[in-house]
Design a protein around this ligand. Structure first.
Ligand code: SAM
Ligand code: SF4
Length: 331
């Protein structure tokens, strides 16, 4: 088992496949997009497979593919097939904005993907367009249906809550979990990427979201669930609900003591923590012919360097914040 300097087991790797995206969510990137990586700087599939294989040999059990938007990367199904064939990788999942999911869900499931998380911040089509600047809500809902039909279960919806943008919808969104196959997680907006413009007064604490939901829909009872991207969620159920409600509070409560994850960016950096500027370059040595042991050692260094905790509640000093956009890191 892989453990960091604070004895936390490290078993989860988030892999960003691309910094490209077919949406421009207001809390993630500017309308014109972010400066893009050069194609040659993005890890090739065989490079990702080699890194993941080594990571799994060292103790990673769960890999989540993210981006940018992972489904805009060409031949993503081939990558899923290659990764799912790695012995010891128990769980291969994906976080997607869902726009292309109806096209790929069946093929992804056939290739060995287990589950998907779909980001969806509103149930109102006009508002969806305003938040994503170019998306169509119907496509996401169709993508979710296709994922369920393909057996990519559970499908969890991720909702970033922003004051004045969608905080008036948390009760309606929570109500969805009364039906079968609806699982939802609310996330506090973080001052990363274009989130810096929304996170101050726009940040709605998970405590406030919970209180609003409980006032209208009744008391929540704790439930079991699995980890999320930005930080572990706390899971609950509404009275008589079929699905779960998760709350992820990276800003107001940190869960660093139970953090089990590393991130691999699309340009081949290993990040020990989303909220620190520490980064370990795997791509350069890999392309210079490093053997497996040299790459493992870089991986171990990243694990050893995981900070004890972040200080987001006190604002991330600029020098400590990642200069990479969220779309390159993968959330
Ligand atoms: N494009 C895919 C998607 O949107 O699901 C995967 C990448 S996206 C960066 C991963 C997650 O990060 C999404 O759920 C998104 O809502 C979330 N995210 C992006 N910017 C954020 C911010 N400033 N604060 C909190 N969550 C953010
Ligand atoms: Fe794209 Fe996901 Fe960022 Fe939205 S949150 S712009 S879908 S990478």
């Amino acid at each position: 088992m892989l453990k960091d300097s604070f004895k936390r087991p490290i078993s989860y790797l988030r892999v960003s496949l691309t910094d490209r995206c077919n949406l421009r969510c207001v809390y993630c990137m500017p309308e014109e997009g972010v400066p893009l990586l050069h194609h040659d700087d993005i890890l090739r599939y065989e490079e990702i497979v080699r890194i993941v294989r080594l990571a799994v040999e060292m103790g990673i059990h769960h890999v989540r593919l993210t981006g940018g938007e992972p489904l805009v990367r060409q031949d993503v199904v081939d990558l899923v097939a290659a990764l799912s064939a790695i012995p010891g990788l128990d769980d291969l999942s994906m976080t997607t904005n869902g726009i292309l999911l109806s096209r790929y869900a069946e093929a992804l499931a056939q290739a060995g993907l287990k589950r998907v998380n779909v980001s969806m911040d509103t149930l109102k089509p006009e508002r969806f367009k305003r938040i994503t600047r170019m998306g169509t809500l119907d496509k996401v809902l169709a993508g979710r249906e296709a994922a369920l039909a393909a057996g990519l279960k559970p499908v969890k919806l991720n909702t970033v809550v922003v004051r004045g943008l969608n905080d008036d919808e948390v009760v309606d969104l929570a109500r969805l979990t009364l039906q079968p196959d609806w699982h939802l997680r609310f996330i506090e907006v973080m001052p990363l990427g274009d989130g810096v413009h929304w996170a101050g007064d726009g940040m709605v604490s998970m405590r406030e979201v919970r209180e609003k939901i409980e006032a209208e829909l009744g008391p929540l009872t704790p439930s079991r669930g699995t980890g999320a991207g930005i930080g572990p969620a706390r899971y609950y159920r509404l009275p008589n609900a079929k699905g779960t409600l998760g709350f992820i509070s990276p800003v107001t409560e940190h869960f660093c003591f139970s953090c089990n994850r590393l991130r691999l960016t699309s340009n081949g950096l290993i990040l020990p923590c989303l909220l620190s500027n520490l980064a370990f370059d795997l791509r350069t040595p890999l392309r210079q012919g490093a053997d497996d042991e040299m790459l493992r050692e870089i991986f171990r260094q990243a694990v050893r360097s995981k900070p004890r905790q972040h200080h987001l509640a006190q604002q991330v000093p600029e020098a400590e914040a990642h200069i990479l956009p969220m779309s390159c890191i993968g959330g």
